[in-house]
Design a protein around this ligand. Structure first.
Ligand SMILES: Cc1ncc(C[n+]2csc(CCOP(=O)(O)OP(=O)(O)O)c2C)c(N)n1
Ligand SMILES: [Mg+2]
Length: 328
């Protein structure tokens, strides 16, 4: 089922391997911190953690330029980090602080940073697809060679927006990479109970575009598949539907204990942890030494601690600011 072309991977530089590992680690440590802060009652609203799915956002975004775009979901912290948004401002937004991306008024599910092409998270399932299609149309009309990566879940792939956006992107050959993060569940609903296709990428046939299913726990597999899709989009050949098989380590949102998941299933996916797996690959192939790995881990930890400190020390917005910037 999973297609790999290792020639491309072998040509990656050491710096690229470090970037991939570091970015995944940034997301993991960031999410672990958010989990802790939520337990301390410091996070207003709910959160949907990306831990376990890091290889998807990182594998895709590492193929993008700063001036390329992404659209995100309700599970968006990982997408923001992978596209290069500032950790401290994401953290501040999650804690409802004035220094956050939306001045503390949007929270976890409404983070955007147009400076790095992050067009926004959204709480509306499937809403990112038409936005990505529209961004793709804008790129085509402006005749630049940018691309858009559109992240969405298996649940979102049953929304009408999925079909409408992909079909339109296909007929107009828009530069969009549709990235389905298939983590097998939409809240507590298992994929197999709501669709008869096992590989969501098979749906690409209906729109006459390439569909590819990759192991979403293998950052290099995601990287390779995304590289191909990005090249195709940049050349004006149109969109690709890329499905990444992945798993969220925690429940749907912070309040979900995820009791509907069999223990063996959770254990199996934890064994396939994308970060643990990549670390083993880096060591086995002598790309990095254990000392280098530990150094990266230390650096990322310091970075996350800095972001938390910044967010904690930032003020809450003043009450009289409540209605400011709310409507455009
Ligand atoms: C239009 C819409 N319908 C329903 C919901 C409630 N809801 C929030 S997340 C979610 C599940 C989404 O599942 P999936 O697309 O697989 O993403 P995942 O949470 O697994 O990353 C649902 C049904 C919503 N926010 N928006
Ligand atoms: Mg899902």
């Amino acid at each position: 089922m999973y297609r790999r072309e290792s020639k491309l991977v072998l040509s990656l530089s050491k710096e690229k391997f470090v970037e991939l590992y570091k970015r995944m680690l940034e997301i993991r440590y960031f999410e672990e911190k958010v989990f802790e802060l939520y337990a301390q009652n410091l996070v207003p609203g709910t959160i949907h953690l990306y831990a376990g799915e890091e290889a998807v956002a990182v594998g895709v975004c590492s193929n993008l330029r700063k001036d390329d775009y992404i659209t995100s979901t309700h599970r968006g912290h990982g997408h923001c980090i992978a596209k290069g948004a500032q950790l401290k401002r994401i953290m501040a937004e999650i804690l409802g602080k004035e220094t956050g991306y939306c001045k503390g008024k949007g929270g976890s599910m409404h983070i955007a940073d147009f400076n790095v092409g992050m067009l926004g998270a959204t709480a509306v399932v499937g809403a990112g697809l038409p936005i990505a299609m529209g961004a793709g149309l804008s790129i085509k009309l402006r005749r630049t060679d940018n691309v858009v990566a559109c992240f969405f879940g298996d649940g979102a792939s049953n929304q009408g927006t999925f079909h409408e956006a992909i079909n339109m992107a296909a007929i107009w050959k828009l530069p969009v990479i549709f990235v389905c993060e298939n983590n097998i569940y939409a809240m507590g609903t298992r994929q197999s109970t709501v669709m008869l296709v096992e590989d969501i990428a098979d749906r690409a046939v209906a729109y006459g575009i390439p569909g590819v299913t990759v192991d979403g726990n293998e950052v290099l597999a995601v990287y390779e598949a995304a590289q191909k899709a990005v090249e195709r989009a940049r050349k004006g050949e149109g969109p690709t539907l890329m499905e990444c098989k992945t798993y969220r380590h925690k429940g749907h949102s912070r309040i979900d204990p995820a009791k509907y998941r069999p223990k063996e299933e959770v254990e199996e996916w934890l064994r396939k942890d994308p970060i643990k797996h990549f670390k083993e690959q880096l060591l086995q192939t002598n790309v990095l030494t254990i000392a280098e790995i530990q150094q990266i881990e230390k650096e990322v930890l310091t970075e996350i601690e800095g972001a938390v400190k910044f967010a904690m020390e930032s003020p809450y917005p003043a009450a009289e600011e409540a209605l400011k910037d709310v409507y455009a």
